[in-house]
Write a protein that binds this ligand. Sequence first.
Ligand code: AMP
Length: 282
Amino acid sequence: MVVKIYRSARSLTKKVFETKKRGKTIGLVPTMGFLHEGHMSLIRRARKDTDCVIVSIFVNPAQFGPKEDFKKYPRDFKMDFSLCEKENADIVFAPKAEEIYPENYVTYVNVEKITDTLCGASRPGHFRGVATVVAKLFNITMPDIAYFGQKDAQQAIVIKRMAEDLNMSVRIKVMPIVREKDGLAMSSRNVYLNLKERMQAQSISKSLKLAKELFDSGERNSGKIINKMKKVIDKQSEAKIDYMKIVDTKNLKDIQKISGKTLIAAAIWVGKTRLIDNIILN
Ligand code: AMP
């Protein structure tokens, strides 16, 4: 099947209208490219569920802070395109930044409260950028279903909240985290890691695995679990904890004693690379 590339929002929206008129459903997979198995799992699911699969590839400047890695974020459009071909996507939407944020652009979507914690606390303005670009992608592609990864747990919660709060008629599907053999969650940023850092990067998933084991053996005290998790990271010479938190999956508020559905989320720096990971306890 031929995958069509769109660079223009207007022409993509026109195509979407035509597709919907023929009674076809639209699945959207928003990405920043440099695709890996994590992204592929979303595309595959979209392919199963919907008639027309749109993969957006856009490194969104609005979600990077001034000192963050926007410039050096890995990009490889050729590879991304061939992976989209392999997974039988219908459309790749790869706009230039000026297409999404033209001159005089001033409108942003701000999801409050749940963006003040976790990654939102470490990366001010990040979720404003994410919510804005995703809202724009929803308007451009009018998807029946949009696919996100559990890897970015807070992002998925923020997008669900936004869609509900703003009465957007899109279903949000959140897919499980795809991991490397040693447990490291797949991420486009993993290419930043040198050999030593790559070894030490395992510690974030190891700490979460330990948390799950503690929980399964009856531990319910968040403080105790976090302390033990922190020790796993602290043993690594190149790793530094950004945050480690046990929170309610709805409001992302800290939980002292685990009872209902709970998110354990962590972010660490390994050298100059920031990694995130999480698990859900039921
Ligand atoms: P990104 O290109 O990093 O913005 O990610 C695009 C989408 O892929 C987001 O919804 C991510 O949560 C999802 N994603 C990234 N890495 C993984 C992974 N290892 N497993 C599952 N989904 C992922």
